[in-house]
Design a protein around this ligand. Structure first.
Ligand code: PXG
Length: 452
């Protein structure tokens, strides 16, 4: 058998990892994940790790689904690949396009396929620009997003994202992308109620539109819950006000459901929960539960009707747009989610159980706030609950806590000093109990490290 040391040496020599300090990784060596089942991962040294992240917020139906492997195998034998470019299609791509129209909110009646959330968001940027040109308003080009947003890693998607560290590497964002404050209740609401604060945070959009001139603003993009930004759950007042502002200034609304979609929040889409009526919706991750790379842009009627009626050929697409194997796997994944009632389970069974478990950590001296919805959550660590006072060296405490989690068999990662989690929707009650138990142990060990 090939040894862990062999994998680590080869990996350090040749494999350039995403979002990784290669020098640090080379010293430590990568953990080699070799197998997974349900909500549990195994590494090459036989350690079992409870995956509270569902991979990267994506393995909604859990690991080890042989149904998905069977469908992929069948599709590969029948038709492993054909494109959807030149007036051809394949049954899985067509069926998935229709299925997504049925599942997503009313008014989104067209599906454009890509392979990643980043590509889908880049596609939306192109459609938005094309739309306003055709609509006779070529000055409407600026897209507004939020600080801490994550919309992907390609050039347009990073520009949409509000991550300073990413922007610093490569003179980004590109021109024409603006960022406003996020609705970060815990940090910023001060003496306001969440709903009062929600209006204030949303008005930041109106202020920016007015500063730029509405004739220049093309669209606003938002994740309903900012996931990689630290699981920022908006106040209930936030999105209705955002929706009003977009309508008032004729700004298109893009809802990025890459993390929030497919049951994660206890709803098929978080747009349903927050009553968002978007012009575009970005889908990926839970669409295939990560078993195949596939993403989709859901396009609203207003945009689609104009682009199709007057746009002519849309010169945009990817070799693997609507890949038949990925589409077949996504369809089967959706059948599993429906058949097993996983959205409902996240809404009124395991979701509330997870949130109650998280809430039980609130008494810990390091925990400033726990927040979440359905099967997504965060535990925000602070130096002092009064204030609150955050840690001076942002991210260090989170990293310490992450290491203690991992050493005790729990995969949970920090965003700044907030521990974020989004376990598979199939996680069991017993596993949630263990998750909370290890999280508390990791918090104790982190506290000991800090105050020894
Ligand atoms: N939108 C959202 C909301 C995302 O979270 C993307 C778009 C981009 O998707 P692709 O498929 O291009 O990666 C994402 C991706 C993390 C992490 O550590 C999060 C993502 C990706 C990688 C790492 O939180 N989200």
């Amino acid at each position: 058998m090939v040894s862990t040391a062999f994998w680590r040496a080869d990996d350090a020599a040749h494999h350039w990892h995403p979002f990784t300090d290669t020098q640090a990784l080379t010293k430590e060596g990568a953990r080699v994940i070799v197998r997974a089942e349900g909500s549990t991962l195994w590494d090459s040294e036989g350690n079992a790790i409870l995956d509270a992240m569902a991979g990267l917020w994506c393995v909604n139906v859990g690991y080890g689904r042989t149904e998905l492997a069977d469908v992929a195998r069948r599709q590969m034998i029948e038709l492993p690949y054909y494109n959807t470019f030149f007036k051809t299609t394949t049954p899985p791509a067509t069926e998935l396009a229709r299925k997504l129209v049925e599942l997503t909110p009313e008014g989104l009646n067209r599906t454009f396929f890509a392979n990643s959330g980043s590509e889908a968001n880049d596609t939306i940027v192109r459609m938005v620009r094309h739309f306003w040109n055709l609509a006779g308003q070529p000055d409407k080009k600026v897209i507004i997003s939020r600080e801490y947003a994550y919309h992907g890693s390609t050039m347009a998607a990073i520009s949409l994202s509000g991550m300073d560290a990413m922007h610093r590497q490569g003179d980004l964002p590109l021109p024409g992308f603006e960022h406003i404050r996020p609705p970060y209740i815990y940090r910023d609401s001060g003496n306001m109620t969440p709903d009062e604060f929600g209006i204030v945070a949303a008005r930041a959009l109106e202020e920016r539109i007015e500063a730029l001139g509405a004739h220049r603003v093309a669209a606003f993009i938002a994740e309903p819950i900012q996931a990689a930004g630290g699981v920022l759950v908006p106040p209930n007042s936030y999105f209705p006000e955002i929706q009003r502002i977009c309508q008032a200034h004729d700004v298109l609304l893009i809802c990025d459901e890459v993390v929030c979609g497919f049951g994660r929040t206890g709803h098929w889409f978080a747009a349903d929960a927050f009553d968002i009526k978007p012009d575009f919706m970005t889908l990926a991750k839970g669409l295939s539960s990560g078993y195949q790379p596939i993403s989709a842009v859901m396009v609203g009627d207003r945009v689609a009707d104009l682009l199709i009626a007057q746009g002519g050929e849309f010169f945009h697409g990817f070799t693997y747009s609507g890949h038949p194997v990925a589409a077949a796997v996504a369809l089967e994944n959706l059948r599993i989610i429906e058949g097993e009632g996983l959205v409902q389970r996240a809404h009124d069974d395991i979701g509330p159980y997870l949130q109650a478990g998280l809430a039980s950590l609130d008494d810990h001296p390091l925990v400033g706030e726990v927040r979440g919805m359905g099967m997504i959550g965060a535990i925000e660590l602070v130096r002092d609950k009064d204030g609150p006072i955050f840690f001076q060296s942002e991210g260090e405490t989170g990293a310490l806590c992450r290491d203690h989690c991992l050493n005790n068999g729990l995969m949970m990662r920090p965003v700044r000093d907030a521990m974020v989690l989004s376990p598979p929707l199939v996680i069991t009650y017993g596993e949630v109990d263990r998750l909370i138990e290890i999280a508390r142990l990791a918090l104790d060990l982190t506290q000991r490290d800090l105050y020894l």
